[in-house]
Write a protein that binds this ligand. Structure first.
Ligand code: PAF
Length: 274
């Protein structure tokens, strides 16, 4: 596995692959890799000739009040995990943006609600960094985990709207032995917060397993389990438009975000008509 830190070296290499018609797979990450990430890397390994993983903690997607400086980092451990998962090139730039960088990418509508309402500048930062990474890595196919379901929907829409010619593939949400969705931010949880956080997926499972076609009835079943003061939203949405759906008459997504101590956790499950 090659480790590349220079933006110019990465871009030159990628243009060479493109000229030779290589199928390049790409898994962008912010590092501190867990089994959720390595699952994506292993799955992408099977779909491409050259596999690139990026690690870059993107300042643009953090608000000034958020956890950029304390975001967990483990570059050496990450490199070992990437190598074991079959990565060919690990792109770990110290700085991704030129000093006079002035472009932003906005995916309107999809980004105004749910995570976007709580974190108004977040998706602009995500779309902008992913757009720049796509330009540098020139992938044929890229994978984003469904754990961040809204992010996946936003990036799929961006790639389609801008005719990027990149296939955007969902990667599975991976859970810990007790059901907690794996996230780099789980490391912030105290033992007590982690125990309380189990109600998040249990509430979503209750919504998934309820037989009613009425979304309000299913959400009430979820809320009765989620005894969490810091519940931000719990909704059943259309997976393409992310609009709240009143009736479970097609495959939908139940999405939820709650705060445990200072840590905001996201989770979601597929919801089908009974
Ligand atoms: O999901 C993440 O880790 C980040 O939002 C991403 C897509 C790598 C962009 O920084």
């Amino acid at each position: 596995m090659d480790v590349i830190r220079s933006v110019d070296t990465m871009h030159a290499l990628a243009l060479g692959w493109r000229a030779r018609g290589k199928k390049v797979g790409f898994v962008p990450t912010m590092g501190y890799l867990h089994r959720g990430h390595t699952t994506l890397i292993e799955l992408m390994r099977q779909r491409c000739e050259i596999l690139v993983v990026s690690i870059y903690v993107n300042p643009l997607q953090f608000a000034p009040t958020e956890d950029l400086s304390r975001y967990p980092r483990d570059p050496e451990g990450d490199a070992r995990k990437c190598q074991a998962a079959g990565c060919d090139v690990l792109f770990m730039p110290d700085n991704l943006y030129p000093p006079d960088f002035r472009t932003t990418v906005d995916v309107s509508g999809l980004t105004s609600r749910w995570e976007g309402a709580a974190r108004p500048t977040h998706f602009q930062g995500v779309a902008t960094v992913v757009c720049r990474l796509f330009g540098l890595v020139q992938p044929t196919v890229a994978m984003f985990g469904e754990k961040d379901f809204q992010q996946f929907t936003v990036l799929k829409s961006m790639a389609r709207d801008l005719a990027m010619g990149i296939e955007i593939v969902p990667g599975p949400l991976v859970r810990d032995h007790d059901g907690l969705a794996l996230s780099s931010r789980n490391v912030y949880l105290s033992a007590d917060e982690r125990a309380r956080a189990l109600t998040l997926h249990r509430a979503l499972y209750a919504i998934r397993d309820h037989a009613s076609p009425d979304a309000e009835v299913r959400k009430a079943a979820g809320r009765s389990i989620l005894q969490c003061d810091g519940l931000d939203y719990l909704e059943i949405v259309d997976p393409e438009t992310l609009e709240a759906a009143p009736v479970i008459d097609r495959p939908l997504r139940a999405i939820a975000t709650a705060r445990y101590g200072r840590t905001r956790l996201l989770d979601n499950v597929a919801v089908l008509p009974a």
